[in-house]
Design a protein around this ligand. Structure first.
Ligand code: FAD
Length: 320
């Protein structure tokens, strides 16, 4: 048996979240005294043998340009075949957009127990128990997977990328792609910006900024810090910012090292998407704003006065 890790790629490069999943899966393989193998679909520019340094022994590379756009049904079919062929008994995904699209369907196809949003390595002393966060991060659940095949999707930033000095064997596999039921006609990608789901620093704005014309203070600070920008839901609902920047229960879940919230009240639905950030800084003119309870650092003040001063200080510090 082995542990199989789905390695997500975007524009030819393996995503950072997948390296976390690789390190996590490799550790599980070590705990089970078996090997960790990766699976890559699409066409990649990265040297896949270098993925050995994250503990992977083999990479199954399904090289086909048609797989660069995800079609969950097609991906599930290919991964299920690979699982059977290599006798994988644990399958690891990142709990990101693609992981959420593929893992549940794969779980049905393989009759495998699935835990989404895992935040720690499984406990093996008494079965196979995976810890996950529930109720928008308000509590934890320890879920026992009893099926023969087990699927885990790992939350972003829940497990550290660990490097060794290994090299992986890359096995290129020719495949027949089943006729997709969905065809991607066009992909509109945001270019030249730091990717929000992978960003180390995120600067986020809420309704306290009053209107889209004031967003310059958010983007200036983000630019000075090399950060991605995000927003609360009413902001994207009002079309002040694009929907892909919306974080929270109904938007993206992120876990950067630093989350700076400007003019955001800190409603539970917003916190659900950001409360796993390592350090939270809140700037709000209302000292009673609920976000201060979740903050590591807080500034009570008018964003229009405070934020430009922080941007100036960062620029001075960085010499830019
Ligand atoms: C089912 C459901 C799902 C939801 N999902 C999400 C979600 O995914 N993400 C999300 O964000 N919300 C979500 N919401 C909405 C959520 O409940 C809040 O309404 C929303 O987060 C509030 O956005 P806000 O903090 O930007 O605005 P507000 O609540 O209006 O807060 C604005 C804040 O700005 C401060 N402020 C005002 N002026 C200034 C100034 N000059 N300087 C500094 N601070 C200032 C105010 O003191 C206030 O705290 C959801 C709601 C529901 C019911």
């Amino acid at each position: 048996m082995s542990v199989l890790i789905f390695l997500d790629q975007s524009e030819g490069h393996i995503k950072k979240n997948s390296l976390e999943a690789a390190s996590y899966g490799a550790k599980i393989a070590e705990m089970l005294s078996t090997t960790a193998e990766g699976i890559v679909l699409g066409t990649v520019e990265d040297n896949l043998s270098e993925l050995g340094k994250y503990g992977l022994k083999t990479i199954h590379y399904f090289k086909n340009g048609e797989l660069n756009n995800i079609d969950a049904q097609v991906f599930i079919g290919i991964i299920a075949e690979a699982v059977e062929r290599i006798n994988a008994r644990v399958i690891v995904f990142s709990n990101n957009f693609n992981g959420k699209a593929i893992a549940p369907g794969l779980s049905v196809k393989l009759k495998a127990g699935l835990v989404t949003g895992a935040i720690a390595l499984p406990e093996l002393a008494n079965g196979f128990i995976v810890k996950k966060s529930v109720f928008s991060g308000k509590a934890f659940a320890n879920v026992s997977i009893k099926s023969d095949i087990k699927i885990i999707s790992l939350n972003a930033n829940a497990y550290k990328i660990l490097e060794t000095d290994g090299t992986a064997e890359v096995i290129e596999t020719a495949i027949n792609i089943a006729q997709p039921k969905v065809t991607v006609k066009e992909v509109d990608k945001v270019v030249g910006e730091v990717s929000l789901s992978e960003a180390e620093i995120v600067v986020s704005g809420g309704r306290g900024l009053k209107g889209p014309e004031n967003w310059g203070i958010v983007t200036d600070l983000a630019k000075a810090l090399g950060a991605a920008t995000a927003c609360s839901r009413p902001v994207s609902d009002s079309d002040w910012r694009p929907h892909h920047e919306h974080v929270g229960q109904t938007g993206l879940t992120i876990a950067p090292n630093l989350y700076i919230a400007i003019g955001i009240s800190g409603a539970i639905q917003h916190l659900a998407g950001v409360n796993r950030s390592k350090t939270i800084v809140v700037i709000n003119k209302d000292p009673e704003a609920p976000f201060f309870k979740a903050a590591d650092y807080g500034i009570v003040g008018d964003a229009f006065e405070v934020v430009p001063k922080i941007t100036e200080a960062v620029k001075k510090l960085k010499g830019i």
